[in-house]
Design a protein around this ligand. Sequence first.
Ligand code: GTP
Ligand code: MG
Length: 298
Amino acid sequence: MTAAPYRAGTIAVVGRPNVGKSTLINSLVGAKVSIVSPRPQTTRHRLLGIATFPEGQLMLVDTPGIHGNQKRAMNRYMNRAARGAVSDVDAAILMIEAGRWVEDDALAYSALKESGVPCVLVINKVDKIPDKTKLFPFIAEVTTGREFASVHLISAMKRKGTEVLVKDLIAMVPESDPHYGDDEITDKSQRFLAAELVREQLMLRLGDELPYSATVEIEKFEEDGALLRIAAVIWLERESQKPIVIGKGGERMKAISTGARLGMERLFDRKVFLETWCRVREGWSDDEAALSRFGYSE
Ligand SMILES: Nc1nc2c(ncn2[C@@H]2O[C@H](COP(=O)(O)OP(=O)(O)OP(=O)(O)O)[C@@H](O)[C@H]2O)c(=O)[nH]1
Ligand SMILES: [Mg+2]
């Protein structure tokens, strides 16, 4: 028996905010390359998660959730990054949430259709639907009049249905040697990942609109023997936001810093010494020059 040829290629993961795109990518890669939170618009940048299997290698493009709100320059950047991700890929996943199809889903679908790449429909969070028979009319509703190469029901969080999905995706990419070594998991630098892990804590620990007013810049990233010395600045839009991030007696800032440090130690597999502090740059999220300085540019 001859073994099937190795396959390798790129798959964009597209969908409205909060459907579980980054969760799926992390689960397939086997490490947290992309931050996850219960809030929409967590992912802001395009990012490659590299998942290597015995039969093939999938380069999964994580994208910001496509959404109709184009108010701030930051939102326009995110939508551009998502839409731009579908050019030059072998296939795309449209991810939606089981039992819910809303306007932003239709927006994501039309972005994919414009690109003309084959599209797999992935219905995530099926663990939230106790009565699975309810999914059949939902699938019928979503697929009527729309074209998908295949349909998958999964729970990215519980890793259900992902094995069959991987098989299907590998069949959609060309025969090729792997593009990356099997120890490589992303195209982003450790510096970028460190900033994201601080931002993840902001998404998890700050309420309301505050996380959307924050971005993180790594000012120092140095190796010191076995230790990594990292300094992160949390940039806010207004002076009045500072005390909220810092918290009573600096408690919230301490929790943010500890959470981020633990994430870094897990991902980088070494001890980290992390310093964090807050600064203000008025209105940065709607200011093109500031966005570009903070890495929000193509
Ligand atoms: N119950 C359930 N929750 C899930 C599943 N997958 C993801 N989630 C949760 O859904 C929320 C959003 O997950 P993300 O992976 O950040 O979603 P995303 O599509 O990347 O969101 P954006 O980056 O904002 O576009 C998090 O709280 C996840 O834990 C799932 O299979 N089941
Ligand atoms: Mg995401």
